[in-house]
Design a protein around this ligand. Structure first.
Ligand SMILES: Cc1cc2nc3c(=O)[nH]c(=O)nc-3n(C[C@H](O)[C@H](O)[C@H](O)COP(=O)(O)OP(=O)(O)OC[C@H]3O[C@@H](n4cnc5c(N)ncnc54)[C@H](O)[C@@H]3O)c2cc1C
Length: 343
C-alpha cells in the first residue's frame, strides 16, 4: 500500500485524513493529539466549559491510520524529519500545517490536557482583568471583543486597529452593524493606531499615545507555518506555499498543500481549508489509482461572524443578514462539524 503522510491535523489535514483513512497506509503528524474547532475557541475564553464541545482526539476518528504527535522540522523528497530525530518516509505527502496565532487563541506542541489547562487559565485572567485590550479589528478581534462584552459588563474593552474601519475585508454593512453592536456595549474602538511596543501595563501606539491594559490579545500578524520548508523547498514558500491548480507544489507531483498554509489569495477560513482537503484527498487517491485529478476552484464563500451568543452577521456575495439567524447558524455549523468527528 502507498504511504501517505499528512502534516497537520487542523481543518484541512483532518479532512484529508478522514477521507483517506483505510484507503492507503496513512500517517497523520500533528503537534497536538487532537483536532480543535478553532472558530469556537473565543467562546471558551469567556465560557470555559464550552471546550468540551470543540475537540476530537485524532486517533478516535482515524481508527485505521497511524497518528504521530510530533513537530516537523524538515522535509526532503522522500522523508519527513521530526524534532527529536524521528524520520517518517512517504510516497505521497500532504502539507496542511496551517497558520499560527498568538496564544491562547491557537497553540502548538500541546497535548489535550495541557491545552484545556491553558484555556481555563486564560479565562481566569480575563475574569481578573478590568482593562482588556485587543489589537486588530479583523474577524477574530471583533468576535473576541463581542464575546467579552456580552459575557461581562464590568470590563473596559478597547479594540485598537491600524485601519480606518473594522472588518475591513467585509462589506461596510457588516462592519457598521458590528461596530454599532460593540459600541452599544461600551467597547471603545480606536482607529488608525499602530501598536509599536508594550510594557507590563501599557501598549505604546505610533501616535505617541499609551493604552493601559491588564490583559492584551494580539489578533494580527498571522503567519503560515512553513518553517520546515528549507533547502530545495524554500523557494516554494517565500510566504505561503505555492501550489498549482491541483494543489500540488509545482513540479512535485506527489506533494500536495491544503488550507491556510497555501499561498492562494483568498479568505483563509475553515470552510476553504475543508474544500482544499476534499480536492487533495481526491487527487491523492486519483494518483494512487491511476485516475484523473480535480482542479481546485477558488471562490468567495459564505462567511458567518458571531457577535456573542445571540447576534451575528452572515455575508455572501454582497448579501448581508444581521441579527440572531447568523448566531444560530454559527452554532449549528459547529455542531455539524464536531459530529462529523464522532461518527
Ligand atoms: C479564533 C479563530 C476564529 C475563527 N473563526 C472562523 C470562522 O468563524 N469561520 C471560518 O471558516 N474560519 C474561521 N477561522 C479560520 C480557521 O480556523 C482557519 O482558516 C482554519 O483553522 C485553517 O485550517 P488549517 O487546517 O489550514 O490550519 P490549522 O487549523 O492552523 O491547523 C494546522 C495544524 O498543523 C499543525 N502543525 C503546524 N506546524 C506543524 C509542524 N511543523 N509539524 C506538525 N504539525 C504542525 C498545527 O499544530 C495544527 O494542528 C478562525 C480562526 C481562529 C483562530
Amino acid at each position: 500500500m502507498k504511504r501517505v503522510v499528512v502534516i497537520g491535523g487542523g481543518f484541512a489535514g483532518a479532512r484529508v485524513a478522514k477521507k483517506l483513512n483505510g484507503k492507503c497506509n496513512l500517517t497523520l503528524i500533528d503537534t497536538e493529539d487532537y483536532f480543535e474547532y478553532a472558530p469556537g475557541i473565543l467562546r471558551v475564553l469567556v465560557e470555559p466549559e464550552h471546550y468540551k464541545k470543540l475537540h476530537a482526539k485524532h486517533k478516535g476518528y482515524l481508527p485505521d491510520s497511524k497518528v504521530v504527535v510530533g513537530h516537523v522540522k524538515k522535509i526532503d523528497k522522500k522523508n519527513i524529519l521530526l524534532v527529536g530525530g524521528k524520520k517518517v518516509p512517504y510516497d505521497y505527502l500532504v502539507i496542511a500545517s496551517g497558520s499560527n496565532y498568538n496564544t491562547p487563541i491557537k497553540e502548538q506542541d500541546t497535548f489535550f490536557a495541557t491545552r484545556v489547562k491553558h484555556l481555563l487559565e486564560a479565562n481566569k485572567k480575563i475574569q481578573n482583568s478590568n482593562k482588556i485590550a485587543i489589537v486588530g479589528a479583523g474577524l477574530v478581534g471583533i468576535e473576541l471583543a463581542a464575546e467579552i462584552a456580552t459575557h461581562y459588563n464590568d470590563k473596559k474593552v478597547t479594540v485598537i486597529s491600524s485601519g480606518s474601519k473594522i472588518l475591513e475585508r467585509n462589506s461596510s454593512k457588516a462592519g457598521n452593524y458590528a461596530r454599532k453592536f460593540l459600541e452599544n456595549r461600551g467597547v471603545e474602538i480606536i482607529f488608525n493606531e499602530r501598536i509599536i511596543d508594550k510594557d507590563k501595563n501599557n501598549l505604546k501606539g505610533q501616535s505617541g499615545k499609551e493604552y493601559p491594559y491588564d490583559i492584551v490579545f494580539f489578533t494580527v500578524g498571522v503567519k503560515p507555518n512553513i518553517q520546515f520548508m528549507q533547502g530545495d523547498f524554500s523557494k516554494f514558500a517565500p510566504k505561503g506555499i505555492e501550489v498549482n491548480e491541483y494543489l500540488q507544489i509545482p513540479g512535485m507531483e506527489n506533494i500536495f498543500v491544503a488550507g491556510d498554509v497555501s499561498n492562494i489569495v483568498e479568505e483563509k477560513t475553515a470552510q476553504t481549508a475543508e474544500k482544499h482537503g476534499d480536492v487533495v484527498a481526491n487527487n491523492v487517491l486519483a494518483l494512487i489509482n491511476g485516475n484523473s485529478m480535480k482542479k481546485y476552484i477558488s471562490k468567495k464563500r459564505l462567511m458567518v461572524i458571531s457577535l456573542g451568543k445571540r447576534r451575528g452577521v452572515i455575508e455572501h456575495k454582497g448579501f448581508v443578514i444581521t441579527g440572531w439567524i447568523p448566531a444560530i447558524l454559527k452554532g449549528f455549523i459547529e455542531k455539524m462539524v464536531m459530529s462529523s468527528f464522532r461518527r
